[in-house]
Design a protein around this ligand. Structure first.
Ligand code: 3NM
Ligand code: MG
Length: 518
């Protein structure tokens, strides 16, 4: 097969160690994987003698040829020549790309491992046929990896590849398995170069039934994940503010009519307040921090709020379980990276959560949103109160949009002006009141409000999120102006009243009274 036509969708990397292969025969495992649909095979054995490598390589090549799938050898150009297979895969510490190309010739397939921009560029310019980008997730299969880049690191590297100038293929590697493969593929196919496939070791080599495992993985590589069915479309993202505004009463009424579940995994400080806010906006709250409950709750058609305001190691495990349950059910998740810029623990927790699943909406203040963008210089945050980073509104809008594009989700950056975008138009909302910043939990409860809106109106999460932000800000303004409100203390109950009253007035058709305040 001409090398341009090679399919990289499901790339098997072998492993001969007992921990992975067990007492199975490598040739039989590879053949089973080929039957299951593996599209490319790399023979990787870091310890075997040259004689064994050549003998096993020849055996494997005999098998792969029958399935018309290329066989590549890890590291060893000499072994590839001896076997007469289709090419090699080289790491950054192996024989250099120009030399390997000179030895093997133009028709050979040469793949290169890359984990940063410089390596990606050098390999692409140097004429590599494909890149193995990793390490995506931490994996016991290869412990001394240079760095764990996560899905966002992978996306960042793909954005750097000019697909027209460099016709290079890409696969990612590291911890890819049936639970994450369709999400990784989908999240890596936004703006920029698309991922052509995934490379796996243990998900096939250590599987009890390598054929079934390969078949399942290949199917998952090719099918979008459950949550992808309702991401904001390009058309939705280009609507005028007026068009969005016209949907606001409709979405508030939808929450009232459907009373969606708002499942909050939130911090100790705001649990009671968040439950009240959920009730006032018309949702049905449940405050459930135990991850094992999430599967059942995700089946009830609501939305999840992951608020890491008082994160603990155990809490983090629970968030991840819940995130996966909602992702699998295709139900929305709102992520509130509270204090993401404050401590190293929270920066890591942010990476873990964003790497562990898909979040439909990310809501945070300036430093929290900036902290969610990998590779940005750290923005030091003190408490969890919203701080100003000193950036201009335009810079903030660009950062908000960058995160929305990287994550393929809706992002809300709160501040004096709230910014909402799904990656195209950035909507700026100037409603709200300074008392919101003087009472605790008001930021967190915006996440709860948004969860109610996206749960009730899941096919238009952008309009639902804009609705949540507007509704919240306007209710705060009306509450702050009440004759009996004298400061943040009396503001809080008045605010709950206004969230409730605004909904009831909207349901009765009196939306004009507050819509004109937007
Ligand atoms: N290379 P599994 S990670 C062989 O990051 C290899 O370059 C990596 O194994 C890299 O699919 C890795 O079992 C092991 O997680 C991947
Ligand atoms: Mg190597």
């Amino acid at each position: 097969m001409p090398k341009r036509e090679v399919d990289y969708s499901l790339y098997l990397v072998t492993d001969s160690t007992p921990a992975i292969l067990g007492d199975a025969d490598i040739g039989e495992v590879v053949e089973a994987a080929l039957k299951g649909g593996v599209t490319c095979v790399q023979y990787r054995d870091k310890t075997g003698d040259t004689g064994t490598l050549v003998a096993t390589g020849r055996r494997l090549h005999e098998v792969t040829r029958r399935y018309n799938v290329p066989l590549l050898i890890n590291d060893r150009v000499d072994v590839a020549l001896a076997v007469g297979c289709e090419g090699v895969h080289i790491g950054q510490d192996d024989l250099d790309l120009p030399t390997a190309r000179r030895i093997l010739g133009e028709d050979a397939i040469i793949g290169v491992t890359a984990s940063n921009v410089a390596e990606v560029e050098a390999a692409a310019k140097g004429g590599a046929d494909y890149l193995g980008i990793g390490t995506v997730f931490a994996t016991p299969t290869k412990e001394n990896t240079k760095s764990i880049i996560g899905v966002e690191g992978l996306q960042e590297l793909l954005l750097k590849i000019d697909a027209e100038r460099w016709p290079i293929k890409t696969v990612c590697i590291g911890g890819i398995n049936a639970s994450n493969v369709s999400r990784v593929m989908w999240q890596s196919n936004g703006k920029g170069k698309s991922l052509d496939g995934v490379a796996v070791v243990s998900a096939i080599m250590a599987a009890r039934d390598p054929e079934a495992a390969s078949r399942e993985l290949l199917q998952l590589v090719k099918s979008p994940p459950a949550f992808a069915k309702a991401v904001p479309t390009p058309g939705q993202q280009l609507r005028s503010p007026k068009e969005l505004l016209s949907l606001v009463p409709y979405i508030i009424k939808a929450v009232d009519a459907r009373k969606p579940l708002s499942h909050n995994m939130t911090n100790l400080v705001v649990q009671n307040f968040a439950a009240n806010v959920a009730l006032c906006v018309g949702a049905s709250p449940i405050m459930a921090n135990y991850g094992e409950e999430a599967k059942d709750l995700a089946g009830l058609g609501g939305a999840l709020v992951v608020n890491m305001g008082t994160v603990t190691p155990e809490g983090l495990v629970n968030y991840l379980k819940a995130l996966r349950a909602y992702n699998d059910a295709g139900q929305p998740v709102v992520y509130d990276p509270v204090g993401a810029g404050a401590t190293e623990v929270r920066r890591l927790a942010t990476r873990t959560i964003l790497g562990g699943g898909y979040t439909d909406v990310i809501k945070g203040n300036q430093s929290e949103i900036l902290s969610c963008i990998r590779g940005r210089p750290n923005v030091q945050q003190r408490g969890v109160d919203s701080g100003s980073s000193g950036a201009s509104l335009k810079e903030l809008a660009l950062a908000t949009r960058e995160l929305a594009r990287l994550r393929r989700c809706v992002v809300v950056m709160t501040g004096k002006t709230d910014l909402v975008t799904a990656g195209e138009t950035v909507y700026a909302i100037d409603n709200g009141h300074e008392y919101l910043g003087a009472a605790t939990g008001t930021g967190c409860c915006l996440g709860t409000t948004i969860s109610a809106m996206v749960a009730a109106h899941p096919n238009d999460k952008l309009a639902a999120t804009v609705t949540g932000v507007l509704y919240y800000g306007i209710a705060a303004e009306i509450a702050a102006e009440s004759w009996h409100v004298r400061g943040p203390g009396s503001f809080v109950p008045a605010f709950l009243d206004e969230l409730y009253n605004t909904r009831i007035a909207t349901v009765k058709g009196h939306e004009d009274a507050w819509l004109k305040r937007a």
